[in-house]
Design a protein around this ligand. Sequence first.
Ligand code: BGC
Length: 342
Amino acid sequence: MKFNNTLFGNLPDGREARLFTIETTSGLTISISNYGAAITSVIMPDRQGHLEEITAGFPSLEGYLKDHPYFGVITGRFANRIANAQFSINEKKYRLPANSGPSHLHGGPQGFHTKLWDYAISEKPGSVSIHLTYTSPHLEMGYPGNLKAVVSYTVFENNVLQIEFEAQTDAPTHVNLTNHAYFNLSGFRDNVFAHKLFVDADHYLDLDEKQIPTGKILPCAGTTFDYQALNENMSFVREPVDHCFVLKTNRSQDQPAAMLFHPGSGRMLKVFCTQPGIQIYTGNFLDGSFIGHKGLAYGQHQAICLETQHFPDSPNHPGFPSTLLKPGEVYRQTSKFVFETL
Ligand code: BGC
């Protein structure tokens, strides 16, 4: 394995953002920055060994310093939307900044994706880990509690990227962290509809017109959200999606929560996770206005996100798996991306 630690760019206040690049023997090359704790690039061989970029991202820090559609970053403190940008804990109301109509989205405008995380590196035979730490002060973006978050990315020689999320607080608060990478396994030659998808979910969350869960958990069977077929029956992405799928509760964590396959290139991405849900987002709001790797303007449906997470707006849905974190507890989740060719 090869490992590099280079300068990614300087923040307006002069601080340095680093870029960590890890390459496995078979050529999978993953770059991660401590700015936004972002996966900035994944270069992957196809079935012929031809290397291509398969994530949306920017080649330098500059792109990440402006508003962007959360390319590859860690979204926090709370991934996805919180209705009316508010929640209550022990009858005390907390107001958060609204940045998606009346809703709070992905931790707010200065969420974790805008932070320069501290870093530590550990290299072992067969793996390299980047440990990123950010301590979010009490009431930052409206959330209570000083929250210490640690996200560890480990790239293994067998083309596995593991993401371990950890957080601790000194006052009750809500936490829901995810990585927001956009993938296109064709190397951006085709759009998301040329990909096949499997999701280990027989239910999904119903949404209202503001994309907030209504609380109804609906069956996937017989709907456009049915992606349960495997192998040769795996279905192409049929329609735009921006929904949270409820992973089967009896599923084994050794089984993929989702799989994305591009038949043309043979590239397959398997996603494993401990979280109860996965937000599938087909880049519906991409509009060509962000120019990334190799000068590519990312257009609508040119990439897909597979965001392992708790359910959106959980703080306002007592019936959903709880996202409340109390002092003395440790929030701990693991997600894994496995890159294969078929
Ligand atoms: C959400 C979309 C949102 C996008 C922002 C996704 O996680 O599901 O609704 O527009 O992030 O880039």
